[in-house]
Design a protein around this ligand. Sequence first.
Ligand SMILES: [Mg+2]
Length: 199
Amino acid sequence: MKPAIIFDLGKVLVDFDYSVAARKVALRSTKQHPDLQHFLSSSSILVRYESGLLTRQQFFDEMRQATGFTGSLEEFSADFADIFVPMEQMVDLHGELRRRGFQTYIFSNTNDLAIEHVRHNFPFFKHFDGYIFSYEVGAMKPQPEIYAAMEQMCGRREAELVYIDDRLENIEAGRARGWQTILQETPGKTRAALEKFLS
Ligand SMILES: [Mg+2]
């Protein structure tokens, strides 16, 4: 049986740049936060949101407190989520795997604003057999709970899974469960590493 192929989303299928969101949010903010991007990465707010501990409204309320954002939730959502660009080589590679009959899954630390945006704007995103999102599971990679959720969803374990991610700590947690793993450095290298599964 062909292995199932598990894709991380950010920096594997879509590139993203939070500085774009930071600039847009700052344009409608009173506090002129010196570095909103730094705030997002240094405070716990995004981790709590992506762990499912904050609803969209709660995340917005906390962001509004931190930035003095003056716009609506809808305006914030548009500013915050429009940071993604599909990585065409990887989207093509995914399409090829589908044509060859592989089952494919998305496995992502993410939030509902990002997923709503990606689902709405990028047609390739519909063509997976299943999706595991941290904010729905209530755990983030590399926590074991989210890997167990992936195994349960696809009904496969250990070497029946091939997992592609750009973060070493996530890959190592997969490898510890016996998954076959590919650390994504460039789309070309990922493609080459998948070659042995394609024949
Ligand atoms: Mg990633």
